[in-house]
Structures are given as C-alpha cells and as structure tokens.
Design a protein around this ligand. Structure first.
Ligand code: BGC
Length: 607
C-alpha cells in the first residue's frame, strides 16, 4: 500500500470513528415522540413538565395522579429511611414503580446534584470540586471522573445529574466559585465538553449513561458584587454586560456542552441586565435553542420561577413562554400544575409551547431507552459492586494529585522524605474529611467532621505513606512541633454552598494564621496545604510558610495529596484562577487597569 492510500484509509477510518462517537441528534427521536404526544392529554403533558422533590411528596400516588414526569432530590433531600446506598436505591425503585400505574407508563427521570461524585450518598467517592479539576488542565481525566460518577449514580438507579456547572466565575468572592472549572472561558469550554461526554458517553441509551445538565445558563458567574442579598453579595445577582461580552465569556461552556450533545440545561437564578434569566425569551429560546441549536430541554432551578414575578401564576406564564420546559417545583407542584393548566385554558401559554416542551423532554426519554418496554427501569443492583470501590477511588486520587497547585517551595522543602524522623501535622483541616470535601457533600452546605465513610484525611494519608520508623505527630493548633523534621499545616475554609459562601473578605481565619505561626515557632520548615473553594488572601502566611500547596476542595482521597508531598508524583496543577494579592485585586482580569495578581492564571511550580 503506498503512502497516500495508507493515509486515505487512515483518514476514512478516523472520520468513521468520530462519526460513530458523535451522539445521535436528539431531534432524530421525534418520529417516536410524535405519535405518543398525539395521544397525550393536557394533564399528562403538564405532568411531564413537573419536577417535585421527593422530600415533599407526602403521598406517592401523586406520581400517577398528576402524571409526574420527573423527581429530584435536592442537596439535603435524603430517603426517609436514612442515607445509605440501599435506601437511595429502594427510594428510586419505589417512586419509579408508581409510573407503571399510569395509562402511558412514561418513566420518571430522577435528578440529583452529582457535582463531585454522587455526593449526596454516604460512601460514594467524592471527587475534587470543579475548581480543582480545572487546575488539572486534563480534559481526558475530567471525562474519566464523570464516567465514574455516572456509574455510581446509576448504581442507585438515578439517571440524571445536575452537572457539569459550566459557569465562568469572574469574582472569587462568589460562594459558587468552586463549582466552576475556571475564570477563563476557553478552559471552561474544554472541560465542559469533556464532562458532558463523561456523563452521557457516546450513546444516552447505554444503561451506564447519565443525562448531564449544563448549568446555570447564563452569566451566573458574572454578577456584580452588591447586586444580590440586599446589596451584600453576588449569588443570584445581576450580570451587567452587553450581549457580545455575555457570548464571549459566559456562553462558551454551553457551546461545547451542546456540541457534546448535552440533553438538559438549567437556566440561572440570576438576572442579565436586570431581567431574570429564567423568564428571558431572548436567552432561552432565541440564543440557546434557535441560535446554538440546543435540542434537549430546560429545567428551571429550585423554585427559580418564583423569582420571575411576584404573582406566581404570572411568573409561570412568563417562564414557560420564554422557553422553560420543565419546572423544578420542589414543594408547590400541585399549584404549578393547576396554574399552568389555567394558563393554557386562558390562551396565555399556547399549546404549541407545551408541545414543544414535552417533545424536548420525551426526546431525551426515548434517547435514554426509558421508553423501551423491554427494558427494566429499575436500578441495576449489580452496579453496587463498584460503588465507592477501590478502583473508583484510584481515579479520584489521580484527580486530586493533578489538581494540586504548588505556589511556593522555598529551599526545596518539598518533596518530603518518607523516612524523616518525625513529621508534625497540624491545622483544623488536617484530620477533617468534611472540610476536605466542602459544600455539596452529604448535605447541601456540607459540614465539618467525619461526614462520610471510606475517605482518607491528609493526616491519615501521611501516616499511611511514611516509612516504618517515621513518627507522625498531630496537634490541631500546630503546637508541640519542636524537634520535628518538618511540619505540615492544613488550613482553609469551612464548608459552604451557594450564597452562604459569598464573602467580602477572603483573609485567612485567625485560627489558621495561628496554627502556621505555632508550627513555625518550633523553628522547623513548614508546608501549608490550603483547602478552599477559591484563592484566598494569604497575607503573612505566605512569608512564614516554606511551601504552599493550593489543594482546593479535593474530596475523600487525601492519599492523592500524600502522593505529591512525598514526591511519588510531581506537582503538575496550574491555577485556573488568578490568585489575588489583596481584596483590591479581586474581580480583575487580564487587560484590566492595575491588574497585578500575586500568582498569575496558569501559575504552578513543580519538582
Ligand atoms: C442550585 C442548583 C441545584 C438545585 C437542585 C439549587 O439551589 O442552584 O445548582 O441543581 O438547587 O438541588
């Protein structure tokens, strides 16, 4: 075979491969959707558009009586029987079974916030939050992380994750900064596509595929400080930029997500130039559906429709007419259903809009094999074998390793020797899995302490890694380090989520500053590991510390940190956010006047 023939064959093969890996367009299921839609009553259609939270479904026969098409578990909505893999799976199966009592037997889509692993469920592997994944700069790894997450989600029967978050946080005072990969739209774009491919795979019909949901469309990370919470915050605030800027910065992740075939998108609570996104037809219908060609469906954020207008019924009309397809109405689902029915009867919401919304939802259900009568929609309990498994933990450990950004390394204090005579470990987060995982872990806000079984704190990981004769001592406040070969202090933020994490001041806590000072007072070299959902103002700690590692919110696999501390792996992480020198430098970006970060975007040392 001559060279040109050879390369032609290779090119053809490549084309065939990439065509095969391209997901089927969702509209290709319309031929199946149409006849079903034609048989549906208005009540059945509105039911498909309605998503209550399981926590507030007092009577589960509401599922058949209201033809409910979807259910969610919000951040703290656990099964009544308790939080276990068994209870979650039983809950899913129990609710799913109710759909078989309906005339059309359309299964529910069950959604959860699997934003860093299947993070609501005890014993699941908790991965680094997206800010850490952004620092890995490794899209293939992000795809792998979401593949594993999807498998753990599917082990509970659940088929839908409200992830990835493709926000572009532009002000690190925002409490949701860590939910985003980067302040840089191009990095977000790259990671967004990979994450969607990880969740959904190449074919949504696979029993291991999980429907992804890119969120929060659009501009959630661009809000002006003071435009939310009575002037005190950023979350759910107002993004004041022109359309060209919105597209250049905040739409990039959606372009990639749509290209990767994302089946659902969640509009944001926030506003764009004073208008709530969840009621903005130009954004939802003209830009996203018509412009970007999004063929899946839009799911409103938790009670977000309430914010569109003071009059709830009017708000529903505005939002649905703007292009919202499914409503996350955790508690008020009966009211939503009654109001939407009236709005249709009154001609405020045209039947064509209802049909479009239901078509989009059913396309996804057909694509996922939910409508396949020969396929059980109950959980595949054989997947429990790999839930929280050592194999899955290794993927998280690799992600942790690659997410670490080494900010400082005076006199090559890192890597440390596993054979050091004594390592003194300190800091409030050194032995605290909850602080290591952050918000959206078991509880919506997360919490300190032993939040979930199966993980490894930094202290435990160091103990596991050192040589036999090495002594590892620990004090929370960093005292008692005298005589140690080297000290490691683990400090940082306490868990939070959403607006509760909005902060005007990102200085380190006094307790953390003291722990570093106490350790340093022993006259030893000190390595500082920072757990935080964003860059923080390091102040005097930067001078005191001999080495500083930004570890973000790494999740359950602390051994990934020990791997790098002891030099089994080199640090490779690069900042996905610039690191501000002072609070005066937050919300500044390349090209802005007086832009002078302490560590530039992309910074990261190695050895
Ligand atoms: C958050 C979303 C989340 C939803 C469901 C909201 O508070 O903004 O990101 O998907 O809750 O839990």
């Amino acid at each position: 075979m001559n060279y040109s023939r050879c390369s032609r064959v290779a090119a053809l093969l490549g084309a065939a491969l990439s065509a095969a890996s391209q997901p089927k367009p969702l509209s290709s299921f319309d031929a199946q959707v149409k006849p079903l839609l034609a048989r549906m009553t208005l009540a059945e259609k509105i039911g498909q558009m309605t998503q209550p939270d399981q926590e507030y479904i007092k009577d589960p026969t509401d599922i058949e009586n209201y033809f409910v098409g979807s259910i969610l578990s919000g951040g703290s909505s656990d099964p009544k029987e308790g939080n276990s893999l068994q209870a979650w799976t039983d809950l899913y199966d129990r609710l799913q079974r109710h759909t078989t009592n309906t005339r059309l037997k359309i299964p529910i889509l069950y959604g959860v916030d699997a934003v860093h692993g299947h993070n609501n469920i005890l014993g699941a592997v908790i991965f680094p939050h997206e800010i850490g994944l952004g620092a890995t700069r490794n899209a293939a790894l992000v795809e792998k992380v979401e593949r594993v997450t999807a498998e753990e989600v599917r082990a509970t029967g659940i088929q839908w994750a409200f992830a990835p978050c493709v926000t572009v946080p532009r002000d690190v005072r925002w409490g949701r900064t860590y939910e985003g990969f980067s302040e840089d739209p191009q990095l977000v774009r790259e990671m967004a596509g990979a994450a969607v491919r990880g969740f959904q795979g190449t074919d949504l019909a696979s029993p291991l595929a999980v429907l992804a949901c890119a969120k929060h469309y659009a501009g959630d990370g661009g809000t002006a400080f003071g435009s939310a919470h009575g002037g005190r915050g950023l979350d759910q605030g107002d993004t004041r930029v022109d359309e060209a800027t919105l597209r250049r910065i905040h739409l990039q992740g959606y372009i990639a997500a749509v290209q990767a075939g994302v089946g659902s998108i969640m509009p944001s609570y926030s506003s764009w130039n004073g208008v709530k996104v969840s009621g903005n037809k130009h954004l939802l219908t003209e830009i996203l559906k018509q412009g970007l060609g999004f063929q899946g469906f839009l799911i409103s954020d938790y009670n977000a429709i309430d914010q569109v207008d003071r009059d709830y019924k009017k708000a529903i009309g505005i939002s649905i007419n703007a292009g919202m397809d499914m409503a996350m109405v955790p508690t008020k689902y009966k009211e939503f259903i009654a109001d939407l029915k009236q709005l249709v009867d009154e001609g405020v919401v045209p039947m064509s809009r209802i049909d479009d919304a239901v078509t989009r939802i059913l396309r996804v259900k057909f694509a996922m094999g939910l409508m396949d009568q020969n396929r059980s929609q109950l959980a595949d309990r054989s997947l429990r074998k790999t839930f929280g498994s050592a194999e899955h933990r290794l993927v998280a450990r690799e992600a942790v390793r690659q997410s670490l950004v080494l900010l400082k390394n005076r006199n090559k204090v890192l890597p440390m020797k596993k054979t050091a005579a004594r390592i003194h470990v300190g800091g409030k987060s050194a032995d605290d899995l909850g602080n290591q995982c952050g918000g959206w872990t078991i509880d919506w806000q997360g919490k300190s302490g032993d939040v979930t079984p199966g993980g490894t704190t930094v202290l435990a990981a160091i103990r596991k890694a050192v040589a036999k004769g090495t002594q590892v001592t620990f004090s929370k406040d960093g005292t008692g380090a005298a005589g140690a070969t080297v000290g490691v202090v683990v400090i940082g933020e306490l868990p939070y989520a959403e607006g509760d994490g909005d902060r005007a001041d990102l200085a380190l806590a006094q307790e953390d500053v003291d722990a570093v000072a106490n350790m340093k007072a022993a006259g030893i070299s000190v390595v500082v590991i920072l757990f935080s959902g964003r860059p923080m103002i390091l102040g005097g700690v930067l001078d005191q510390a001999d080495a500083v590692v930004a570890a973000w919110l790494p999740g359950t696999e602390g051994e990934g940190i020990a791997d790098v501390l002891f030099g089994d792996f080199r640090p490779t992480g690069k900042l996905s956010f610039a690191w501000p020198r002072s609070m005066a430098q937050v919300a500044r970006h390349p090209g802005d006047k007086d832009y002078d970060p302490l560590f530039a975007f992309g910074y990261g040392l190695s050895y």
